[in-house]
Write a protein that binds this ligand. Structure first.
Ligand code: PEP
Ligand code: MN
Length: 333
């Protein structure tokens, strides 16, 4: 349920109403927007007399939220959520270009790629250390050593870092990580999501291979209901009957998710297509669709990459794509 307040409500009146609603056993969220203050109520709202609430002279309107996602709902929080990490801002008109290799492979590789993508305008460095591979015989990532190399690249470039967590036991190693990535395969690992709800770090949540937008938003809700409201949604393609591309990039998810939710939406054209030559057109299309950021895989030697070489751009290719992305954003501004 949400209650929209009238303009000019004092802090004392707001606090008083908040205390009263909390005393009914409800979770009370206040969203102080640019134009209006919205009180979001989660819990057993039958404990509140809706007519009484509606009748208060500081209340403009009261509406029940029918969608099962509450905290992630645009109705709860009409303004865009803006997520900040040292060196980058995402959402509310702020755009983040996230780039780096699929996997951290060596100090030389991650440092070279980090410096190159930074020079091209990337504001966040990606690199997998714990890798969810389809085959147990494939490279599984450097694990904790990979995280250390990534942290070193962060130190030398000043770029914040994002990397994937695969299970709860890895969380203690993520102290130096700026944004925790939950991969497509873990989108519905509810225990992991619940635990990430208790961390103070932003979480980039990827859409599962066969998950609906509603399911993605419900997974975001798992994180948010634990108290962590810093969630970034990521469209990375879904599985369809098409086989020429690795996945099918559902770009309609960008405006749809942004309509349904206030959370920033980022697009990953690398995993969505699986083909380096399709990354540029899909990156530009994602920007045109209103994405708040892009996540692009870049490798200094894609032909010898230990993971996802065919979809990885060289630093030179990335530089061209980044240049076009920034130009397109200027045109759209
Ligand atoms: C990744 O970003 O490295 C990754 C494994 O992506 P996804 O979870 O989207 O497959
Ligand atoms: Mn990859």
């Amino acid at each position: 349920m949400i209650a929209v307040l009238k303009q000019g409500v004092s802090q004392a009146q707001l606090d008083h109403l908040k205390d009263w609603l909390s005393s009914r056993g409800l979770d009370v969220h206040i969203s102080n927007g640019q134009y209006q203050t919205v009180i979001g109520l989660i819990g057993d709202t039958s404990r509140v007399d809706i007519d009484l609430l509606q009748g208060l002279d500081i209340v403009e309107s009261v509406t029940r939220i029918i969608e099962p996602f509450k905290s992630a709902n645009r109705k709860f929080h009409p303004d865009d959520t803006i997520i900040e990490v040292p060196g980058a801002t995402i959402g509310g008109g702020h755009f983040a270009l996230i780039a780096g290799p699929c996997s951290v492979e060596s100090a030389e590789q991650i440092t070279a790629v980090a410096q190159a993508v930074k020079a091209s305008g990337a504001s966040i460095l990606r690199g997998g250390a714990f890798k969810p591979r389809t085959s147990p015989y494939d490279f599984q990532g450097l694990g904790v050593d990979g995280l250390e190399l990534l942290a070193h690249a962060k130190e030398s470039t000043g770029l914040p870092i994002i990397t994937e967590i695969m299970n709860l036991s890895q969380l203690p190693y993520f102290e130096n990580v700026d944004i925790i990535q939950v991969g497509a395969r873990n989108m519905q690992n509810f225990d992991l999501l619940k635990e990430l709800g208790h961390t103070g770090k932003p979480v980039l949540l990827k859409r599962g291979l066969a998950n609906t937008m509603k399911e993605l938003l419900m997974s975001a809700e798992y994180i948010m209901s634990g108290g962590n409201e810093q969630v970034i949604l990521c469209e990375r393609g879904i599985r369809t009957f098409e086989t020429y591309t690795r996945n099918t990039l559902d770009l309609s998810a960008v405006p749809m998710l942004k309509e349904l939710s206030h959370l920033p939406v980022v697009v990953d054209p690398s995993h969505a297509t699986g083909l380096a030559r399709l990354v540029e057109p899909m990156a530009l299309a994602a920007v045109a669709a209103g994405a708040d950021g892009l996540m692009i895989e870049v490798h200094n030697d894609p032909a010898h990459a230990l993971c996802d070489g065919p979809q990885s751009l060289t630093p030179e290719q990335f530089d061209r794509v980044a240049g076009k992305v920034f130009k397109l954003r200027e045109v759209l501004a």
